[in-house]
Design a protein around this ligand. Sequence first.
Ligand code: 4NP
Length: 158
Amino acid sequence: MKTTPSVLFVCLGNICRSPLAEAAFRKAAAEAGQDAIADSAGTAAYHVGSPPDPRSIAIAAHYDVDIANYAGRQIAAADYTLFTHIFALDDANLADIRRCAPGNATAEIALLLDVVDGREGQPVLDPYYGDEEDFETTWADVSAAAEALVARLLTGRD
Ligand code: 4NP
């Protein structure tokens, strides 16, 4: 029996980008009828227990996803075996995720935009010090990745 894909999205603070990546993925998977488990985390512990940034909550709401009840958490050793995929939002996140990986890690670890044709190696830029337009860009980036990822999961390549 094929296991249900389980995907963890990881940025620095888990209040701006990775909650949006989780939300976009949940939306894309639901629309495609793809069964999947999704969560998000930060490499840092700055915002453990906090809701997403209000600008992330607003942009997700604009695209009909409610993330107001998400709570920040830090990536943990168990995540590397619990999830089938761990996606980093940028290169610094990717390096931190790899550095903290336990020896028994089984999850596929990759940069999120690597799943989007033509955008391999690109980061989802941190909008934390930016404005609403930057959050629109974040939503567009994570939505493109979510749709590509769901398409990949539907073809059974993962
Ligand atoms: P995120 O953005 O990694 O996309 O959640 C940030 C959120 C908070 C901080 C940095 C980035 N911070 O320094 O508190």
